[in-house]
Design a protein around this ligand. Structure first.
Ligand code: ADP
Ligand code: MG
Ligand code: MG
Length: 658
């Protein structure tokens, strides 16, 4: 049993939402066992946290400088990578034909984490809490490596995780990797049911009761309260409603209750949980050195909107069909802690900066010196912090990136973490880093670890089935290999990436929208951009662009791969190709069609209890394989349950370290 090392891992990452100690904790006194020492800490109040904002910032910057000095020359790390899938615990009430979210994550998680506590080196899965009291997050027990054959075990591991969690469920409960629970925020959407409390508690929402926030650690409620306090008013999300023939405008009366905030033709939401309570699919990979990590960060950033559109899976919010297919802007607004001054609604008086984006948004700058010229939007930063980073030996683009992350204040601080050793601790750095929830994350190695420089790819929506999740993950990891071996260049001016992020979320974007893309990805100098469909980007456009999948095929054709892995990878690429071509639907389109064709649908954009129940029942049937879904998955997917790695395998290159 090695509790210290497990908790040590949790603790390094400051306020990352999932970096939560596993013990069932008293909300006001947490005990953290770290490096053999038992320390105690409690979340500070907003006033205390606010007063320490500069302290966290200053020490966070010193910590980054120290870490950078120690680790900038670290090299020779091999490719390692892993996925993260988030799930919602759904409860079906078959008698009343209702589906709700079950608030049992804090009962299930300690059970799921038992094996890890006993033998952390030899578990097949790791489980972490997420924002919702109805959510859990699973990752493989250890990261995958550089063997092509590892693509053949991703899906099996996902299936194992789903089965493992399912053994702990009660009658009527299932776990589903759906991006959003369609009736999240509707009356009685939780089991057990709770009333929202608009004038008390941490969320103060008309829709989302505080009991829906994971109760097993104080961090989640502290963040909720502090983000709202910092903003100075409630969170506000307005999603344009999908206008069907009988859709009622105004949608409801919230535009009167919350004048000037809720818009009459929108689905209005007012809680952090309406965004952070959504699920996603993320992946992290290790680069051989910092330069490769910076390259991959930059090259994948323009692919974020493309993957967002391709993975679109959340068209329904608070029981209404909307004009969007993805969660991104919803989460972004749900944690937008900028004050009115920072949002440009009032002249700057108490705050330092106008800030263009929420702390949850797409990235604002590229990291490699050769991509500086594409940083064409304002990178707001404090010149003193930038100067200190430069004095600390950090180059211009990286200093700008870190200084920009550090325009944000800490929104969660624990008493035990206030005073730190800047030579050896990184909690203050991680505090700010891990609450900048961007499309990409550049992750320095944790102190004194064997982990190298990593990059996290964060835009994808959670897919319904393990087959799809595995396909998306393998596709992105293969893309990283293709980018490195062919030295491809996808970099666009950041303003165009931002424009693509907005296009990616529109209804039907995967097949209807065009996206800015580089015309010639094989020439670093040809700065010519064209608007292309996802189909053209993924499958190629004659004479213009070979297509991402053909590029991957070409990369793979030179490699010796066992037949079984080859077959799996082909199935995964096929799924991506067919989604891109519109031959099969995204989950978002599939859900829209299910709702609009349901006999109880009144053409009024409303997803009633009954429609929601039938939708989720059918989706669950697809997830378990009992219902065929040719329009969503095609017909060819084979279920991978074999976790054996064949003896003969090819190692994917870690292209000669630059
Ligand atoms: P987060 O920053 O989202 O909290 P974690 O650090 O917990 O993420 O890890 C997320 C993913 O990174 C997991 O899938 C895990 O398997 C993978 N991972 C763990 N170690 C490494 C590594 N050395 N290199 C690359 N990926 C890793
Ligand atoms: Mg997560
Ligand atoms: Mg993550």
């Amino acid at each position: 049993m090695n509790i210290a090392s497990i908790l040590g891992k949790f603790c390094y990452s400051g306020v990352c939402l999932k970096s939560v100690c596993k013990s069932r904790v008293n909300p006001f006194r947490i005990q953290v066992l770290r490096m053999g020492l038992l320390t105690e800490g409690s979340p500070l109040t907003w006033e205390e946290t606010k007063a320490l904002a500069e302290h966290v910032r200053q020490h966070g910057i010193e910590q980054f400088i120290n870490l950078y000095k120690k680790l900038r020359d670290r090299t020779g790390d091999v490719l390692k990578w892993g996925d993260e899938v988030e799930y919602i615990i759904v409860k079906f009430d078959d008698e009343n034909q209702r589906a709700t979210v079950s608030l049992r994550a804090d009962e299930i998680l300690p059970e799921l984490q038992k094996k890890e506590l006993e033998d952390p080196q030899n578990v097949k899965s790791l489980w972490r809490p997420e924002y919702g009291a109805y959510m859990i997050e699973g990752t493989p027990g250890k990261p995958y490596g550089g063997l092509l054959a590892h693509f053949n075990i991703v899906e099996a591991n996902m299936k194992f995780r789903r089965a493992e969690a399912s053994t702990l469920l009660k009658d009527g409960e299932v776990i589903m990797s759906i991006t959003n629970f369609p009736r999240l925020g509707c009356p009685g959407f939780t089991s057990p049911p709770y009333e929202p409390t608009p004038s008390s508690g941490v969320t103060r929402s008309h829709f989302f009761p505080d009991e829906s926030i994971y109760p097993g650690h104080p961090r989640f409620k502290t963040l909720t309260s502090n983000i709202r306090h910092r903003r100075g008013e409630k969170m506000a999300v307005n999603l344009p409603i999908f206008r069907d023939v009988n859709t009622k405008i105004p949608v409801d009366n919230y535009h009167e209750l919350e004048k000037g905030v809720a818009q009459p033709d929108c689905v209005y939401m007012d809680a952090m949980g309406m965004g952070m309570g959504c699920c996603c699919l993320q992946l992290t990979f290790q680069a051989c050195c910092i330069t490769e990590a910076r390259t991959l960060y930059d090259q994948l950033a323009p692919l974020c909107p493309i993957m967002l559109a391709l993975s679109a899976a959340s068209p329904i919010y608070r029981g209404y069909l909307t004009e969007v297919d993805c969660r991104w802007n919803v989460i972004s607004a749900s944690v937008d802690c900028r004050t009115r001054e920072e949002r440009g609604l009032e002249p700057l008086k108490n705050n330092k900066f106008r800030i263009q984006k929420s702390r949850y948004d797409s990235i604002d700058s590229y990291l490699s010196p050769e991509h500086e010229k594409y940083n064409d939007i304002q990178i707001v930063h404090d010149p003193n912090i930038y100067r200190r980073l430069r004095e600390g030996g950090i180059d211009h683009p990286l200093a700008l990136h870190v200084a920009h992350l550090f325009i944000r204040d800490t929104v969660s601080l624990f008493s035990e973490k206030v005073n730190q050793d800047d030579e050896n601790d990184t909690d203050h750095f991680e505090n700010i880093q891990s609450t900048n929830w961007q499309t990409m994350r550049f992750k320095p190695p944790p102190p004194n670890s064997r982990i190298g420089w990593r990059v996290e790819f964060r835009p994808c929506e959670a897919q319904l089935t393990d087959f799809e999740n595995a396909a998306y993950v393998c596709f992105v990891v293969l893309l990283t290999r293709v980018i490195l071996s062919y030295r491809l260049n996808f970099v666009l001016p950041i303003s165009k990436v931002d424009e693509n992020m907005q296009r990616a979320q529109r209804r039907g974007a995967c097949t209807q929208e065009k996206f800015w893309f580089r015309r010639d990805v094989r020439s670093p100098d040809a700065d010519v951009y064209a608007e292309m469909t996802i189909n053209e980007i993924v499958n190629g456009k004659d004479g213009v662009f070979p297509g991402l999948v053909p590029l991957i095929e070409s990369y793979l054709s030179g490699m010796d791969v066992d037949a079984d892995t080859h077959c799996s990878v082909q199935q995964y690429l096929k799924l991506i190709q067919r989604r891109a071509a519109g031959e099969i639907s995204t989950m978002a389109t599939w859900m829209r069609e299910f709702v609009t064709q349901h006999p109880a649908y009144q053409k009024d954009s409303v997803v009633s209890e009954k429609i929601n129940y039938d939708l989720l029942k059918t989706a669950h049937g697809i997830q378990t394989g009992s219902i065929a879904a040719p329009t969503l998955l095609g017909s060819s997917n084979v279920s991978k349950t074999n976790e054996d790695i064949p003896k003969a395998f090819t190692k994917m290159m870690n292209k000669d370290c630059p």
